[in-house]
Design a binder for this molecule. Structure first.
Ligand code: ADE
Ligand code: ZN
Length: 333
């Protein structure tokens, strides 16, 4: 099997995707129209031309604006369902999806409206496509600790259906330490925990995510490479990093895919995985991310298989399920 065939054939788990970041312009226009909400772009083409980012914040401004057209439970269902169809095309058989309730509740949309739409799509993904899906609720780190506590309280009635809490949005100036207490409470309530750290922020934020938030995975974490002691710790603890190559390129975390550190991290023994982050905005879903790094970094078939295996190992599925996917990957040529 050649490299591209192998990428397509490998079963994969996606562990870092923001559902609001899968919002394709065509669906955004359709939902805006049915909800009679104006968007400040005349056409899909004009909107796509605005997808020209120079850092995380320049992306987030457009990403939050796009999410404003989501109002009804069916809108959230349609958003998630469109993503599951992409998963099916890319052989993503398991996914752990971030959602940002505050982006919606701050506009007067009920938490339940968001949650019920997403959850119903997850159930249908299992039944109709055989894709397993979990939800991870993220706190927006540019908002206050108090607002995060309120969001956690809103999630408690659904806590058996939300596998983890996470932390996203503007990283610089909003270190993990700001959310130490709310993460402690979330862990007490039984949630697993993850956090974006070391995307634009320094290695110090990754230390905080580990020591203060006690995360089960680090989202991005690519700047950990700047701190050899931190790398040693990540390797010793088999701490997964959910790396997002096309995102890093589009947000200028790296200047060129040929300079991306995912292969160096993998070869040093860091538990890296491949993910799409905000695929509608960054130029591709799971397989596009795999193909981009495979070609730019000349990844071997063995490295591609290792990355796919890492995705299941780092996921929150059972050990029995993990073994099943490992065997399927091993069986591929
Ligand atoms: N929200 C959506 N995408 C994000 C990213 N790449 N980093 C931080 N917050 C985000
Ligand atoms: Zn992200």
């Amino acid at each position: 099997m050649n490299r591209i065939e192998l990428i397509r054939a490998l079963p994969k788990a996606e562990l870092h995707v923001h559902i609001e970041g899968t919002f394709e312009p065509e669906l955004m226009f359709a939902i805006a129209q049915r909800n009679q909400i104006e968007i400040p772009y005349k056409s899909v083409e004009e909107l796509k031309q605005a997808y020209n980012f120079h850092n995380l914040q320049s992306f987030l401004d457009i990403y939050y604006a796009g999410a404003n057209v989501l109002v009804h439970e069916q809108d959230f269902y349609d958003l998630a369902w469109a993503y599951f169809e992409k998963c099916a095309e890319d052989k993503v058989v398991h996914t752990e999806i971030f959602f940002d309730p505050q982006t919606h509740t701050d506009r007067g949309i009920a938490f339940e409206t968001v949650f019920n739409g997403l959850k119903r799509a997850c159930t249908d993904a299992q039944v109709k496509l055989g894709i397993s899906a979990e939800l991870i609720m993220c706190f927006l780190r540019h908002l206050s600790e108090e607002a995060a506590f309120e969001t956690l309280a809103q999630a408690l009635p659904f806590k058996d259906q939300i596998i983890a809490v996470g932390l996203d949005s503007s990283e610089l100036g909003h270190p993990p330490a700001k959310f130490e207490r709310v993460f402690a409470k979330a862990r007490e309530e039984g949630f697993l925990v993850v956090a974006h750290a070391g995307e634009e922020g320094p290695a110090e934020y990754v230390w905080e995510a580990l020591d203060l938030l006690k995360v089960n995975r680090v989202d991005h974490g690519v700047r950990s490479e700047e701190d050899p002691k931190l790398l040693e710790r990540l390797i010793a603890e088999k701490m997964p990093l959910t790396v997002c190559p096309l995102s890093n390129l589009k947000l200028c975390v790296v200047d060129d895919m040929a300079e991306h550190n995912i292969q160096r991290l993998l070869q040093q023994g860091v538990h890296v995985t491949v993910n799409s982050d905000d695929p509608s905005y960054f130029g591709g879903y799971m397989n596009d991310n795999f193909i981009a790094i495979a070609e730019s970094l000349d990844l071997s078939n063995a490295e591609l298989k290792k990355l796919a295996k890492n995705s299941f190992e780092a996921s929150f599925i059972t050990d029995v399920e993990k073994q099943k996917w490992m065997q399927q990957i091993d069986a591929l040529a």
